[in-house]
Ligand binder design. Sequence first.
Ligand code: ADE
Length: 232
Amino acid sequence: MEAEAAPTIKKLALQVLPTVFPSALPYQCYTDSTKSLYLVTSGKDATHAVDNVGTMHAALAVSTALMALPDIKVIVNAGTCGGFIKRGCKIGTVVIPTKGAFHDRRIVIPSTPFEQYGIGATDLTSCAIANEVREKLGYLGGCCSSGDSLDHSKEDDEIMEGNEAVVKCMEFAAISQVAKMWGKDLVGVKVVTDLVDGDKPAFEEFMANLSSAAEALQASIPQVLEIIKKEE
Ligand code: ADE
């Protein structure tokens, strides 16, 4: 969301790079003076004038950006998430996921692999750069489960439990699959704004904590980038 990206765009003095996305797409790309860093946001929905969220925009924006910028080596998916208290999350906890999976793609057709295809797990445990960032900054690991809803059904809960999800968001599993298709490293940086297994509605906690999470991201991203740059 724009609110998640705004403090980082300001802190790193990023400027709009208008040549990355075709005009039909609502996405925006920003870059720094040395063009060593590109930040992509999903823009706004033309009908409802709210920020574009969810797996479709995440996959389309990242994939289209990579067509224009094929030399990118590492993708960083920075944003907010819901965290599970039972897996050690509190408001403000930062997670660098070791796995992405979907919890709302239920395709149960007996005797076929469609069920596992729907869950679409991507193992990131061997991503050395993500492991290094997590270890150096002392962040949590684990599964980031993604779907296109802010809330979660009983069926979503069962799938998230099956993956021992530590956090829940609306983009990471899709970006994990795009990164894998393109052969790129992926570092997720997910800050907890609300507690999935807590007692408050997600939207209330999310809205209350969005700006402090964006500030936490702005503080964390330069440290993450520093580690990535040293390894390149
Ligand atoms: N982003 C922040 N909190 C979230 C939640 N609970 N579910 C999905 N995406 C989120």
